[in-house]
Design a binder for this molecule. Structure first.
Ligand code: GDG
Length: 471
């Protein structure tokens, strides 16, 4: 098996030649795929995270790593530009305005071709190749053209927008064509798969039956492509194990003490991204303080906003806005020893994240649009004590599964305020009842289950039943 993703599962940490050093960057995808990769002597194709450097392929922890080089200019145009300033805002329902630049598109095509070539060279006859995410949507078609023997899967980690929005993309046909090179195209939600099928029908007029798209081939035949949802998840057991560690529990108590021992700790954990609704939740919390519905002695908000895409202008502006809001709210409402908002612009080790989850009475996930949102699932997985309340935006993929959360529309600030108060006041029995159902769901569909389901579908193509129609 060959996995292709923008970033490799390892980071370059220095050294030259034989001294070159690498460190694993543990993420959900790596955890899920590691066992399969080892068992199949798999290869991982991706960028090492440093510009203008070529590295020879090497072995790391039983996985063969194939680095793809990117120049500083390509990082600007393909990654920060087309991926994160065109596709990202477009696919998240234009919450921010997407920029369309032809030079960015050219770089996207060139870089996708380089990834496809590297994958083609790494794959043995008849291998399974699994391409990840929106940065590499042209790779499936390029790979199929070079290597018709391969079985090709693609998984889109972010939403796929409705056609009215998608159709703004000047290269809308090329992108759909690129994706249709795969045998199976996976999405987070049934609605995303539905949006994709509609785009296929509108742009190409191909027939779709349930989850199957009939793609005409040059020889007059038809190739069946499956487009359906495979909701991604987390390594739930690993989060529970972390949360059960005595030192993590002690750390959770210490966190609460350091916040002035309030009755209610509310928590947000996000990459600092405009899709996550951080401003909306701060506005709602600020108004609750202003209205006197909560006081800083009673409730406090901790916001971890891990640094992200800091070279993209929209992200710089967002950071300024959030930091202005935090400063104002703290200036207006904090008292000595009782902060209104504790804002942390850092990344933390996973153990600290588990302690934060345990310390939080209310977890605020107020994304305006989010493919899945793993933070919601991590919170649930950590709460082995069946306590805590998850407040979850309807616009996350996670809300399809986590129905026992308090579901909110984050654009409705009054509704959000009421939901925050409801969460803070929820009786213990009700909290436990909801959390048990949420936990059952997250444990049943963990990330191992996700990858197994995707790969079973991929290796079973040809025998696929059209199944039920997607929404
Ligand atoms: C994309 C899609 C989809 C965050 N800060 C720290 C930290 N994190 C970890 C969280 C979580 C992950 O990063 C974020 O995952 P999310 O799913 O919440 O969001 P995106 O980064 O936008 O991910 C999303 C996902 O892909 C998977 O398909 O769910 O919809 O947008 O795991 O815990 N981890 C650590 N320190 C931090 O400070 N250790």
């Amino acid at each position: 098996m060959v996995v292709v993703s923008n970033r490799l599962p390892v980071d370059y940490v220095g050294g030259e030649g034989a001294e070159t050093q690498w460190k694993s960057s543990p993420g959900g995808l790596v955890t899920a795929l590691e066992p399969v990769m080892r068992a199949t002597e798999g290869a991982w194709v991706g960028w090492a995270g440093v510009a203008d450097r070529e590295f020879a392929p090497f072995e790391h922890d039983g996985i063969s790593i194939v680095p793809v080089p990117l120049s500083a200019q390509e990082i600007e145009d393909y990654y920060e530009g087309f991926s994160n300033d065109t596709l990202w805002p477009l696919y998240h329902d234009v919450i921010a305005r997407p920029s369309f630049h032809r030079e960015w598109w050219d770089a996207y095509v060139a870089v996708n071709r380089r990834f496809a070539e590297a994958a083609a060279a790494a794959a043995s006859e008849g291998a399974v190749v699994w391409v990840q995410d929106y940065q590499l949507q042209l790779v499936p078609r390029m790979l199929r053209e070079a290597r018709p023997d391969l079985v090709i899967g693609f998984f889109n980690h972010i939403p796929f927008p409705a056609y009215g929005i998608y159709s703004q993309l000047p290269w809308r046909r090329q992108v759909v064509e690129g994706l249709l090179g795969a045998d199976v195209i996976g999405f987070q939600r049934a609605a995303d798969a539905g949006n994709f099928s509609r785009a296929v029908r509108r742009l190409f007029g191909y027939k779709t039956r349930g989850t199957v798209v009939d793609v005409p081939e040059g020889d007059g035949g038809v190739r069946h492509v499956v487009a359906r949802h495979f909701p991604i998840s987390i390594d739930a057991a690993a989060f529970e194990d972390l949360a059960r560690m005595p030192e993590v529990q002690e750390r959770a108590r210490a966190i609460r003490r350091s916040l002035g021992d309030p009755d209610i700790v509310m928590l947000g954990v996000d990459r600092l991204d405009y899709t996550k609704g951080i401003r909306h939740r701060m506005k709602a919390f600020g108004e609750l303080l202003r209205d006197g519905r909560v006081s800083v002695e009673h409730a406090t908000l901790v916001q971890v906003a891990s640094p992200s895409r800091e070279r993209v202008e929209t992200y710089r502006q967002l950071r300024d806005e959030i930091e202005l809001t935090v400063g104002r709210l703290n200036g207006d409402y904090s008292t000595l020893g009782h902060p209104a908002i504790t804002y942390l612009h850092h990344g933390y080790p996973r153990q600290e994240m588990a302690a934060l989850y345990l310390a939080a009475d209310v977890m605020l996930v107020t994304a305006l649009r989010d493919g899945m949102n793993l933070v919601a699932k991590e919170y649930v997985a950590s709460r082995y004590d069946d306590d805590g309340v998850l407040l979850l935006s309807e616009f996350t993929g996670a809300s399809d599964e986590l129905r026992q959360a308090i579901l909110v529309n984050p654009h409705d600030i009054d509704g959000l305020k009421d939901a925050m108060v409801e969460a803070a006041q929820m009786p213990k029995r009700e909290r436990a009842r909801r959390m048990r159902v949420l936990r059952k769901r997250v444990k049943e569909n963990d990330v191992a289950n996700w990858s197994a389901t995707f790969l079973e579908t991929l290796t079973g193509v040809g025998t696929i039943d059209p199944g039920v129609p997607e929404a």
